[in-house]
Design a binder for this molecule. Sequence first.
Ligand SMILES: Cc1ncc(COP(=O)(O)O)c(C=O)c1O
Length: 388
Amino acid sequence: MSKKNSPRTDLVATGRMKSDQPHVVPVPPERASTVLFPTYDQFTAKTRPFFYGRFGTSTHRAFEQAVMALENAEHVLLASSGLAAVNYALLSFALPGTHILVTDSAYDPVRYFCDGYLAKRGVEITYYDPRLGSDVEKLCRENTTAILAESPGSLTFEVQDIPAMAKIARARNIPLLVDNSWGSGLLYRPLELGADVSIIAATKYIAGHADCLIGTIAANDDEIAQKINTSMRLIGNNVSADDVYLAHRGLRTLAARLDVHEANGLKLANWLATRPEVSRVIHPALPSHPDHALWQRDFSGSCGLFGAIFKTEERAKIRAFFDALDHFGMGYSWGGFESLAIPTWPQKHRTAVPWQEAGQAVRFHAGLEDADDLIADLQTAFAAMAKA
Ligand SMILES: Cc1ncc(COP(=O)(O)O)c(C=O)c1O
């Protein structure tokens, strides 16, 4: 009987080259448009591991294998960004005349796609409270064809009850799609909790070095995977072999990096919670988080991304804080080796549960620097804030 590896071992061991000849360790970036077939029979064969550059090469197949192990999935598809991955999955089920349910805490560009593209093509969209759990059933209609969840949610970090939602979705034959970028497969496995599709912006922790964009779509059901694959092929999705190479290289060290992101994130979050300038820290691994029990039940750890609410919203003070930061960069994305901090405005996006909390929302990403240096940086920034 074959012993199942720990996911940490799989990250290192899967998608590797096997040869009885001397060979290099990583699967090299195999760039291609044309693929040549030496014989007619090979050219016309029904099953070919790859046949045109747009559909990937052995570099892509190796990374897909590794993500299949990470997500415990039968199928993995690669998209040109995390956003493209979510949107390909959505549009595969959202046809004119259908209705989809989208969490109010979705990554805001996903909302722009729903409102600016799908809605214009006759798809009805209902944004739902991420904390609805099985009550999502009350929003399902005869023509509901997909439910999109994201756990924890963007900016506000609500943890969703995926097992409860999956039960409802399964009974009604509605695919449940989950944006799993925060958990990145190692901390969270939505397919094992009953979801049909798990999507990761591999741009974040998997690639891990802020140098490429890529998305992964994992599913177990053949028909669901086929449906999404068909949309992607028809539209002409392509992921460069160089980006796949970088993502696969990042994946090898995902577990080791996440250990540090988690430790630094918790240290920063706990420290921020003691600060008089902060009214609330929003980190699912902190007992103060309203969904902490769900996080404890369904996740095996946390990453470095969390939120905080500053008591003041005074522009001069907020500006002074951000301008004084040195180790924390101000910029979009997260999951790279470096620490980040940005002001956020959840009130601009939420419709199902309007965001009414006073104060400036801030999103932190704890990088791989020494946590004490990061705290010293925050201390300096708070001092600058007090002076402003
Ligand atoms: C939760 C979440 N999903 C998806 C994305 C999109 O990923 P990408 O930047 O690769 O398009 C992001 C990007 O920040 C994100 O935070």
